[in-house]
Design a protein around this ligand. Sequence first.
Ligand SMILES: [Zn+2]
Length: 594
Amino acid sequence: MGILDDDVARVREATDLVALVSEHVALKRVGRRFQGLCPFHQEKTPSFSVSPDKGVWHCFGCQKSGDAITFVREVEHLDFVETIERLAGRANITLRYDDASFSEERKRKQRLHAAVQAAIEYFHQRLLESPDAGIARRYLRSRGFDGDAVRKFSLGWAPDGYDPLSSHLQKAKFSRQDIADAGLAFVNRANKLQDAIRGRLMFPIWDTRGDPVGFGGRTLTDDGPKYKNTAETAIYHKSRLLYGLNFAKAEIVAQGEVVICEGYTDVMAFALAGVPTAVATCGTALADDHFITLKNLARKVTLAYDADNAGQAAAERCYQWEQRFEVQFQVADLPAGRDPADVWKDDPEQLVRAVKAAMPFLEFRLDRLLRAADTSTLEGRARAAQEGAVLIAEHPNDLVRDQYVMKLAGQLEIEPDRVREAVGNVRSRPHVRAASEPSATPPPVIPTVDRRELDALRWAVQAPELMSGRLDVALFVDPLARTAFAGLTELPWHECLERASPEVAALLQRLAVEDLDDRAPTEELATHVVVNLVEASSQRLLTSMLRRDDPRTSEVKARLDELTNARASEHWNAAEVVAEQLVTWIIDDADAGA
Ligand SMILES: [Zn+2]
């Protein structure tokens, strides 16, 4: 079920892998391939390689590999169909689906996006023009947001009537079903559509791809909860959504940093102040799902909450996220009791400074503790040390803990050993030991294939024109290499990858980005590779002949010696002639054994 295979192939062909990857990773050309910092694991020196010729990538650090489709899937957390749709969109390809009901579901989602888009435009016009939106325009002005800000974020006004939006959309030929399914209205007891959010300032919300999915509506009259959000729909999943990510994504990737705040106006304030990397959760607390959305976009996460809330953010969860998602938390240095939008209105520059002066989470908490503590007396310092020890004890990394022990001890003029002891005591109480020590992830299984087999395979992948007809599957003894080679000779490259087992595909993708040789590939260099492989294979043939007392043993041995001598003295042409003879024996032997 899904998209026609032909279309998947067309999308793959039309996708420029280097351009695609460059949207997420800064790439540098190195010979025939490109190299950059891996988006899938944390590293300081680039081990992520892309082969434009083969359309595949591989990371020598975390051993992940794949093609354009797997790259988009992993980086953007899309399913297969969404990935193909995304790539097709980039390449202007219209997709065909092989299942009518499936195609219906995609079309339905598109209709829901269209309904939300129409609602955005309707609300926006109302905010700009309608007399009843005066309260919203005054509110925005009072918060310092002008017409440009209103337009940039497509803010709107939902009139306070039963069904102004619903009747507008019905006139625009949206069906009752779609309007309700998009969460814009519900069917009331009189069997009429009633608008879902009314009499509120509307903040449209887009998903990561930039498709409109719903709204956050703010009351301006203290009527009901401060914010009302669109209910869960087929396109609105609040636990995953981050407001502003559609605007900020490119900058977040470029800077490797994301600022997370609590409100829509905070995101606007940061953007207008010149911090284009801010996003906000949509009516939920920060949770695992948000990091799944953010993963691969940024390693540095700056919390820009009202400072009191930031201090209370669950430390345990932050440390767990730091480990699980390989992110680093810091806390923006905002004045206590004020949110970013307030700060912005008085002094936009202060927001920029607050992000620049952000502190690691633990440092921030210790800083707040010390500021509140009475350090003028011995007793006060002892109490601060004890409370600080509790905070330090929560950190899962003992090297980090120890540095804070030294720092706190210095600040309080207490022996580091005493603070260390206090931290140790807290940690030995099982219920306080929050996060566990980081557990090493198991190293990926790296196939231990003979170097000469790998060399030959690498050439077969990267320079098939030079290797064609010179290798045989019987020359490979390693099952992984053998399967990979058989696939390469039988199928076109991408089909071969698709049909291969994950291990074989990973091996091929790695080989595609590894350096072939310092020199440009030539017929002669290819000969070296063939001769080396035949030599390895002939040694195995000889061993097995010796074991079974084969009458041709001495002949094979003579030829093998000849080959070894020719190779050692770099008579490659002679070596290749002998190699050809040996290959026929190796194939015969393999056939006889089979
Ligand atoms: Zn990696």
